[in-house]
Structure formats: structure tokens, C-alpha cells
Design a protein around this ligand. Structure first.
Ligand code: SAM
Ligand code: SF4
Length: 488
């Protein structure tokens, strides 16, 4: 009988990619993926530690897996990723039936560790060194970037893929666990990345999203050759068959003009930049150790919009960080009002043991105040999102069709509601047949909500250029059926 593996993933794109790669490796060992935990021989939980809520989610899932393990003692339960690196022994204290704890830097070992658990029934722990445990080189070497052969069947869509270009982070924002859970910042050699992109494109991939915690800090030095993110992008841009290049997440201090120039000049590069500011108050930014002021960020934003006309910018915010007064929060609200982000991800501060903020500053903003600030900021952002989306109405946009919308998935007729994204990362919903999935089509935008555009696919005769105004707007308004939440 085929062996089955189940995986649950919490967290960022990096975790989504790690899960794809781990499952790809286990499939090569003869495992089939199942979405039913009770059918699985191996249950994996790929975890996130950025907020306490994410950790609690994993502990709840582990609790639900316990009866399955109790009934089937041969089942292997593994905790992977950031929590594994951060909590190590603590996980087995709280969930003693966990068989493997595998950090972000040891994912390549998962298939062998599964076999070892099966053979020995002994718990397995594989994690990297802590950042203060040894010299930089040794710690770096213990965090191994996991970049095996790609398996297109492991992705939700074979024509879109994440590509890791960097691991770790050296920014040490005081609130954040990432520098310890993912280790020192290390950029992959450009040749490895270009070769992975060529392999993905040969497998039918049309869009790559380059990922790193601070992707625009990417720098690879070999002898006297320095490769920056802009060089890396330019080096893959002409890959035949590749249609779109995205990259996330950007650090505001590293938004250099060479990067703006490739975004403007190279047609396959998406005109969309995610550049989290976190707060609009200088004192808060200082306590966060973000290394810039609000006016530095706003100058960067102005430069970005001047050098890349039509660019869409999005941001992250933390509300209720230590010592955030009503006055400091008001500065964040005003920054959001002025900045016209396409959308923002807003998080309530979650104190993370082991971070500088947890050591130095009391978590002194009450939960109900954090919640209110979250809602207030969201309301201001939503006004901007509505205006931003309304501006797109009447335009013709290029959409890479991703699949049926949530509504479309339930429809049985050949014409379904489909969804895709524009070159500025706007979500568009329109009617079409599933034959369009994976294709780039021109869509005339006729209506909008704060998070979604609604449109009609153009026939060949009416194709215009991206962003060109239509002669006349359709007046067929439609009830929005699909939206993305702003708070995750
Ligand atoms: N490296 C990216 C950057 O600096 O912009 C973001 C990485 S982090 C995984 C994603 C977002 O989570 C951050 O931008 C921040 O807004 C949020 N975040 C990180 N630590 C947090 C904490 N302790 N509490 C609440 N939100 C947090
Ligand atoms: Fe965390 Fe700051 Fe690094 Fe982003 S830049 S991963 S928020 S330490």
C-alpha cells in the first residue's frame, strides 16, 4: 500500500515553498500527499513563530493529531520550521508524542529522519546553531538553504512558483524572531537561481516570485563580481517562456535606484512593490530598530513613484507596539492616509520571548486598544484601497489567469467566474472558460470594490494597451463576490 503524508503549513511564502519542497522530496521516496490527517502515515506541521497566534494554531493541530497517533503508534509526527528552531525541546514537553523536530536549516534531512524514526522509534531533533552559539561562519553553515529539484505537481498552479534567493535576516528588528529562526542572511549564488528559473520555465512556469525576508538586500559576491537584486533580475529577464517576475519583501532602506530602474524598464517585472513601513512614528520606529524615520520612508515612496510611474505599493504595520501612545498611533494613521498604499497588512503586536523588544520594553498597550487601533487603521486603508481600485475602472489590464474564483469553483457550467492578477498585483474577477487558466488575457475593468476589480475579457479585435482608457465603460455593475482580507 502507498504510504501517505499530510502537511499543514502556517506562515509566510517561505514556509509555503518549504512545504512544497519537502513534499516533493517525500513523493520521490514513494509517498502520496493526502489532505486527510486520519489517512496519513506521516503528519508534518510546518510552523511559524512570528506571532503567538500562529504558534497556538500549531499546538491546536498537534492536539487534534494526538488521537490518531494514539490509535496508530507507527504514525510519524513531525514539527518543521520556525517553531522547531525556536522551541526545540519545549515542543516535545508540550506534545510528547511528536517524533521529529526539524529546523528551517535541516529540511533536506526530513526523508531520512522519517525513516530513522520508523526504524528506531526514537525521537529525532535536527536544528541549527543559535545565533550566539558560535562564530558567524559556523552559524551560517548550520542553516542550509533547501533548494532541491522542483516538482510542478506540488504547486497550486504549475505556471506560478516561488524561488528562494536568500535565507535568513540580519536586520534584527526588536520585535521579530526571524533572525533567530531563519539564521544569518545568506544570498544564493545567481547561477543557481537562474538555473532553477530555467528549470521551472521548462516545466511550464510563467511567473516566478523571488522571495527573501529582505529580498532587496540580496547581494552575492564572488571574487570581484557583485550581483545585486537588479542584476539578478536582469540576468533572468530574457528567459524564453518566462512572462512575469515578482519579488517580496522589500526593506525600505535598501530601495535603491538601480532596482527602481529595472522595475520600470524591464517589461516582465511586475510594477508592484511590497515595502513594509511598520509605523508612522519616529520614536516607535526607533524602538523597533527599523533604522529609518517616517520621512525617510515617505521620501523613498515619492522616489519610487517618480521613477516607476503607475507602480502599486503595499505595506505592513504593527499596531500597539511597546510604548505606542495615541499620539504615535495618530502619526501612523496620517502616514497611511497620505501614502495611498494599494493595500496593507496590519498586525497587532505580539510579544515574542527572546527578542530585544521582549527584553527591553513592556508590552504595555492593552489588547482592546490594539484591536481598536487595528480596526481604525484598516478603515483608513480601506478608503485608500477603494479609491485605488476605483481608479482602475475603465482601463484595460493584462491578467495572468490563476483559476476559478471561490464562487467559480462552485459553478458547473463551462463559463465560470475566474480570477487572476494584473501587472500591478490587482486581483481581477471575470467570466471565462477554464481553458483560460494559465493564460495572460486582456480584461476591460468595469467595476471595483476595495479589494477586487471586476471586468470582461476582451476579444482580439478590442485589445488595447495596458492602462489605456476604454472608449466607454460598461454600466453593468455586479455584486462583489470575492475579496481578500487585509488582516491575516
Ligand atoms: N522581512 C519582512 C519585513 O521586514 O518587512 C517581513 C517579515 S515578517 C515575517 C512579516 C510581518 O510580520 C512584518 O512585516 C511585521 O509587520 C509582522 N511582524 C513581525 N513580528 C511581529 C510581531 N512580533 N508582532 C506582530 N507582527 C509582527
Ligand atoms: Fe523580521 Fe525585521 Fe528581518 Fe523583516 S527585516 S524579517 S521584520 S527582523
Amino acid at each position: 500500500m502507498t504510504k501517505k503524508v499530510y502537511i499543514e503549513t502556517v506562515g509566510c511564502q517561505m514556509n509555503v515553498l518549504d512545504s512544497e519542497l519537502v513534499i516533493g522530496a517525500l513523493r520521490r521516496q514513494g509517498y502520496d500527499l493526502t489532505d486527510t490527517p486520519a489517512d496519513a502515515d506521516v503528519l508534518l506541521f510546518n510552523t511559524c513563530s512570528v506571532r503567538e497566534h500562529a504558534e497556538e494554531k500549531t499546538y491546536s493541530s498537534l492536539g487534534r493529531a494526538r488521537p490518531h497517533k494514539h490509535r496508530n503508534p507507527d504514525v510519524v509526527i513531525g514539527v518543521l520550521g520556525c517553531m522547531a528552531q525556536k522551541d526545540q525541546d519545549a515542543i516535545r514537553k508540550r506534545a510528547p508524542y511528536v517524533d521529529m523536530v526539524v529546523g528551517t536549516g535541516q529540511l533536506a534531512e526530513v526523508p531520512a529522519l522519517v525513516e530513522k524514526v520508523k526504524a528506531t522509534r526514537e525521537p529525532q531533533l535536527a536544528v541549527s546553531l543559535g545565533r550566539a552559539d558560535a562564530g558567524r561562519h559556523e552559524v551560517e553553515a548550520s542553516f542550509v538553504s533547501y533548494d532541491p529539484t522542483r516538482d510542478p505537481t506540488m504547486r497550486p498552479t504549475p505556471f506560478q512558483a516561488f524561488v528562494r534567493i536568500q535565507i535568513g535576516c540580519d536586520k534584527f528588528c526588536t520585535y521579530c524572531v526571524v533572525p533567530s529562526t531563519r539564521g544569518p542572511e545568506q544570498s544564493r549564488p545567481p547561477e543557481h537561481i537562474w538555473s532553477e528559473v530555467r528549470q521551472l520555465v521548462d516545466q511550464g512556469c510563467k511567473e516566478v516570485t523571488l522571495i527573501g525576508q529582505t529580498v532587496n538586500s540580496y547581494l552575492h559576491e564572488a571574487g570581484d563580481r557583485r550581483t545585486r537584486l537588479s542584476d539578478l533580475i536582469a540576468g533572468m529577464h530574457d528567459t524564453p517562456g518566462l512572462e512575469r517576475i515578482k519579488f517580496v519583501t522589500n526593506y525600505p532602506k535598501d530601495m535603491t535606484d538601480d532596482l527602481f530602474d529595472v522595475v520600470r524598464e524591464l517589461p516582465k517585472v511586475v510594477k508592484y512593490l511590497h515595502v513594509p513601513v511598520q509605523s508612522g512614528c519616529d520614536e516607535v520606529l526607533k524602538r523597533m530598530k527599523r533604522n529609518y524615520t517616517a520621512s525617510y520612508y515617505e521620501d523613498m515612496l515619492a522616489r519610487c513613484r517618480e521613477r516607476v510611474p503607475g507602480v502599486a505599493v503595499t505595506s505592513d504595520f504593527i499596531v500597539g507596539f511597546c510604548g505606542e501612545t495615541e499620539e504615535s498611533f495618530a502619526k501612523t494613521v496620517e502616514l497611511v492616509r497620505r501614502s495611498r498604499f494599494k493595500n496593507s497588512f496590519i498586525f497587532k503586536y505580539s510579544e515574542r520571548p527572546g527578542t530585544k523588544a521582549a527584553d527591553r520594553y513592556p508590552d504595555d498597550v492593552p489588547e482592546d486598544v490594539k484591536k481598536r487601533r487595528n480596526n481604525d487603521l484598516l478603515a483608513v486603508q480601506n478608503e485608500n484601497s477603494r479609491a485605488d481600485h476605483r481608479e482602475q475602472v475603465g482601463r484595460v489590464v493584462e491578467v495572468l489567469v490563476e483559476g476559478p474564483s471561490r464562487h467559480g469553483e462552485r459553478v458547473t457550467s463551462p463559463v465560470k467566474q475566474l480570477t487572476g492578477r494584473t501587472m500591478t498585483d490587482h486581483i481581477v474577477v471575470f467570466d471565462g472558460t477554464e481553458r483560460l487558466v494559465g493564460q495572460t488575457v486582456r480584461v476591460a475593468v468595469r467595476d471595483s470594490s476595495p479589494f477586487t476589480l471586476y471586468g470582461d475579457v476582451l476579444t482580439e479585435e478590442v485589445i488595447g494597451v495596458d492602462g489605456e482608457d476604454l472608449p466607454a465603460q460598461s454600466s453593468r455593475p455586479r455584486t462583489p463576490r470575492f475579496s481578500l482580507p487585509l488582516v491575516s
